[in-house]
Design a protein around this ligand. Structure first.
Ligand SMILES: C[S@@+](CC[C@H](N)C(=O)[O-])C[C@H]1O[C@@H](n2cnc3c(N)ncnc32)[C@H](O)[C@@H]1O
Length: 298
């Protein structure tokens, strides 16, 4: 899937069945250079132990707590890609979260994860593609997108725009613009169409109520700038699509936390890992291993 990747590495996984705020304290300051995550959205979803029905104040306060720990763990030139969606009944939530985090992070890019779209071709053909949950309403349109906020410490993190680049539709642009250097690749922009896979059996094929497709974290890794020595963190693992992305991208190490033991068991199975839910090491050994991981500055 990932072209131009010459180095072969095998990702080291540090997966914990633990509350992420407590767990992230194990990570040394600036110990990771990439966070890709999707926290609970406070929509009353049943994740097992976690209460997804907090008051707005409690939810935003908790968000600030985990984001403060992620900020401490993130390197100076690192990226945090925060996937969050609103709901027609609570459309301001993603923006309230951003404002709450504005004392910690700079919003460097706003990306729209488009789950479904209809386009009309120049020939007049209407094409609809993707999946969404239809809303029955006299007030609201169907909700077919979520945000991916690209947050950094200074707003000056260099990214690899062409890492998720696309070919020019009009090839004459390649010669017309000097910055292309003759290459048929341009910046994709901030609308990312990433559909869910079509499934036949929701229980068996979607054992978690709120996931993102593996392509989403892969694109975040590529936009941040792929390197084999990346250390990536997801505080809210779910069933581990970010971990799968780390594996597919063959980055150095991945750290993840998930409070629901059954979800973590699925992560380990999906990654083909054996042993206990704690990676098979004693907690002390894991702490020592994390101390030894030093992400290279980008
Ligand atoms: C939106 S889901 C993440 C889904 C994930 N992106 C995927 O594709 O599978 C959020 C997850 O956070 C977990 N969670 C909630 N509170 C947590 C906490 N304090 N620490 C770690 N995980 C937590 C929930 O159990 C849930 O699985």
């Amino acid at each position: 899937m990932l072209d131009n990747f010459a180095m072969q590495t095998s990702t080291r996984f540090f997966l914990f069945n633990e509350d992420c705020i407590r767990g992230m304290r194990k990570i040394p300051d600036q110990g990771v250079n990439l966070v890709v995550t999707s926290p609970p959205y406070n929509r009353g979803i049943d994740y097992g132990q976690y209460d997804d029905n907090k008051t707005k104040e409690a939810y935003l306060g908790w968000t600030l707590q985990w984001a403060t720990e992620a900020h401490r763990a993130l390197s100076e030139t690192g990226s945090l890609f925060l996937n969050i969606g609103g709901a027609p009944s609570n459309p301001l939530l993603p923006h309230e979260v951003l404002l709450k985090l504005s004392g910690l992070f700079i919003l460097q890019n706003t990306i729209h994860w488009i789950k479904a779209i209809t386009v009309r071709t120049p020939e007049g053909k209407e094409i609809s593609t993707g999946h969404f949950k239809p809303i029955t309403s006299k007030r609201f349109v169907n909700d077919c997108h979520e945000y991916i906020f690209h947050l950094t410490k200074t707003g000056t993190t260099r990214i690899d725009r062409l890492g998720v680049g696309v070919a020019y539709a009009d090839k004459s642009n390649i010669k017309r613009w000097a910055h292309t250097r003759g290459r048929d690749r341009r910046c994709r922009g901030n609308n990312w169409y990433i559909p869910y896979k079509t499934i036949r059996n929701a229980d068996a094929e979607r054992p978690h109520p709120a996931t993102f497709p593996v392509e989403l974290p892969i694109m975040c890794i590529r936009l941040h700038g792929w390197r084999s020595d990346l250390v990536m963190l997801d505080p809210f693992l779910g069933i581990g699509h970010s971990a799968l992305a780390a594996k597919q991208c063959e980055i150095q190490a991945f750290i993840g936390f998930e409070t629901n033991a059954e979800y973590l068991r699925l992560v380990r199975a999906n990654l083909g890992l054996s042993g206990s839910a704690q990676t098979g090491h004693s907690p002390q050994k894991i702490d020592r291993a994390l101390q030894g991981l030093v992400p290279a500055p980008l």
